[in-house]
Design a protein around this ligand. Structure first.
Ligand code: GAL
Length: 287
């Protein structure tokens, strides 16, 4: 039976009755079907005792899950489309590493589905971007390597594809102090050296960038680890800015903590010119 509603903050079950595992995710629309990619966190959470300077909570790397749907509500599990590499402790995708916030987009120039994600060491000291590609939305994706965008560090990220086909990596850099908007190469596998610094020194992360009625919109969170904080919205005529801040876009009970959640993605809904879907994660660092 198809569901007609889901409740934010409650487990959201897939079409087989299992809790959806697609955190820090993003949604791609391809040939009329929605594809939701996100972190699979089906592994025990623990405090990383090797890190002493801050409260590093993590789980072993499980991989990126994909789900597909024709109504954004009932989601079919398409499985883990990029999994861990268990037999090489030095590999960037070894279970001891970190893989977060995957975003997938279809590049019509190459005919490839390209995935970007935050890849890191167990203590978040690598701060890099993983790239993987597939010929099909359901994967499997092939890991193509790790990059430091324009030589810079990169943690929370998203990817934005503009109307002109250009693709941009939006990522927290300068050790999370400044957000960068970095143009990707035509195959989307590399950065190009062209980038804009946004909200310099303001420590914004969890970026969600989208376009609506000719303006660019950017929703971000503050930097408080797994704990929620107020979201912030800004808009601009050009990606390079200037960006105008409008404050917290959330309204109603819980708005001051983004409803206990942290932004990950905004999907302007196809065929509904003024409707945008905001996706955010309610994190639980203990589980
Ligand atoms: C948050 C970030 C999450 C994760 C976490 C690790 O600030 O948004 O994606 O990286 O830190 O502590």
């Amino acid at each position: 039976m198809k569901d007609s509603v889901f409740q934010p903050g409650h487990p959201w079950l897939d079409t087989e009755g299992q809790a959806i595992q697609a955190h820090g995710g993003g949604i791609m629309v391809h040939e009329g079907r929605y594809w939701w990619y996100g972190e699979n966190k089906a592994a025990p959470s623990y405090k990383n005792e090797r890190v002493t300077g801050w409260d590093c909570r993590r789980h072993d790397l499980v991989g990126v899950s994909a789900y597909s749907s024709d109504d954004l509500l009932n989601w079919r599990n398409e499985g883990i489309v990029l999994g861990p590499v268990s037999d090489d402790p030095d590999h960037d995708l070894h279970p001891s590493k970190v893989m977060e916030r995957p975003k997938v987009n279809f590049n019509p120039r190459t005919g490839q589905f390209v995935m970007h994600f935050h890849v890191d060491r167990h203590d978040y000291s690598l701060a890099a971007v993983g790239v993987a590609t597939s010929d099909r939305p359901a994967g499997p994706f092939r890991f193509r390597g790790t990059l430091r965008p324009n030589g810079a560090d990169s943690r929370d990220l998203t990817v934005f594809v503009d109307d002109d086909g250009s693709a941009w990596l939006v990522h927290s850099s300068e050790w999370n102090r400044t957000l960068y908007i970095s143009r990707l190469s035509e195959d989307w596998l590399f950065t190009t050296g062209e980038y804009y610094r946004v909200f310099a020194g303001q420590s914004r992360e969890a970026p969600a960038l989208f376009r609506h009625r000719g303006l660019y919109h950017l929703i971000t969170s503050g930097c408080t680890g797994w704990d929620p904080n107020p979201a912030e919205h800004a808009f601009a005529e050009h990606l390079a800015g200037p960006w105008t801040l409008t404050g917290n876009p959330c309204r109603g009970p819980g708005a001051e903590t983004t409803f206990g959640a942290q932004s990950t993605f905004v999907l302007p809904l196809p065929g509904q010119p003024d409707a945008c879907l905001f996706m955010a994660d309610i994190w639980n660092k203990d589980d």
